[in-house]
Design a protein around this ligand. Structure first.
Ligand code: PMT
Length: 222
């Protein structure tokens, strides 16, 4: 029997990739499998939380006791997150596409006469975790940072810019960790008395890492 230290807490988690349509048959996306976000959702539910998991397209089973909402695009993910609020804890683990096509072609795009290439026009997607953190009645907001260089510098920037309470920085350039794999490693970064504090979590299965992240979070939730 696990500790029920999240009993009665409402938690909203995003997981997986988003898929941004270009035309009826093509899209822009990324390699997120959803494993990290689903491990967090399972761990929260096992500790007694009421969990809504807003999921991009993944090939994973819904963890027991979790309410799952399936979405495709970043705009759909934001709408589903806003519909699931209010909550006390929000965790943005999804790999959300920063851009989408300026317009989605109604029919399959055809190769044009220009044999040298083609240019796609993209527009910025809304930032889901920053939108949640900017609300007046905001939950405790946790983001992830997927970086391939200067991990803590870039993650620290995201912590401040998105006004998060905690960021989980993971180096996604390391083989066997991060996108798609069963294991991950992370550094937790947060602000305390005007200084950035850190806690390193070594490589381990995503299920164990989810528990370690929650062990930190339960000490900090209001
Ligand atoms: O799904 P897995 O295969 O298990 O892999 C796990 C993971 C590597 C995807 C996960 O651990 C992770 O790092 N998730 C965040 C990936 C990401 O998009 O990072 P980012 O540094 O681009 O974004 C920073 C934060 O802003 C994230 O919390 C992200 O969810 C959020 N974001 C980004 C863009 C956007 N438009 N809206 C957002 O909310």
């Amino acid at each position: 029997i696990s500790t029920q230290d999240l009993a009665g807490r409402r938690v909203v988690i995003t997981a997986g990739p988003t898929r941004e349509a270009l035309d009826p048959v093509r899209y822009l996306s990324n390699h997120s499998s959803g494993k990290m976000g689903y491990a967090l959702a399972a761990a929260c539910a096992a500790r007694g939380a009421q969990v809504t998991l807003v999921s991009g397209p993944v090939a994973l089973a819904t963890p027991p006791g979790v309410a799952r909402v399936d979405v495709l695009s970043a705009c759909e993910m934001l709408a589903a997150v806003e519909a699931a609020l209010p909550c006390e804890l929000f965790i943005g683990c999804a790999a959300v596409a920063d851009y989408r096509a300026a317009s989605v072609a109604e029919h399959k795009l055809k190769k044009g006469d220009d044999t040298s290439g083609m240019t796609l026009e993209l527009v910025r997607n809304p930032d889901i975790v920053a939108t949640v953190a900017a609300r007046s009645e905001r939950p405790f907001c946790v983001g992830f940072a997927a970086e391939t260089q200067a991990l803590e510098t870039h993650a620290g920037d995201k912590l401040s810019r998105k006004r998060l309470d905690l960021i989980v920085a993971n180096d996604v350039s390391q083989a066997g960790l991060g996108f798609g794999s069963d294991d991950n490693a992370a550094t937790l970064l947060w602000r305390e008395a005007d200084a950035v504090r850190r806690q390193a979590l070594p490589p381990q299965p995503k299920t164990a890492l989810a528990t370690a992240i929650l062990d930190h979070l339960v000490t900090r939730l209001p």
